[in-house]
Ligand binder design. Structure first.
Ligand SMILES: [Zn+2]
Length: 78
């Protein structure tokens, strides 16, 4: 359990934009400004997984582009 600076149980936030889960003050109004990243090793591993997915997706996209390019070239020859 992680406590924030006002002694409350910090809530876990997972912003998918930067892929780093962190603990923050659960009190929206009082907000003590507490901020702490969770197990960095774990989040690094998930970043690797996400980057792998992005890389895989890009490869698929490039393959589709190449296929489309080949099709365009073959239609030019006809
Ligand atoms: Zn707090």
């Amino acid at each position: 359990m992680v406590l924030c600076m006002c002694g409350k149980q910090a809530s876990l936030r997972t912003p998918w934009s930067d892929c780093n889960p962190f603990y923050a003050c659960p009190d929206q109004e009082l907000n003590c400004g507490f901020f702490d990243y969770i197990d960095l090793e774990m989040s690094h591993r998930s970043i690797d997984v996400i980057h792998g997915l992005i890389r895989g997706g890009r490869n698929m996209f490039e393959e589709q582009l190449r296929e489309r390019g080949m099709k365009q070239e073959s239609s030019k020859n006809i």
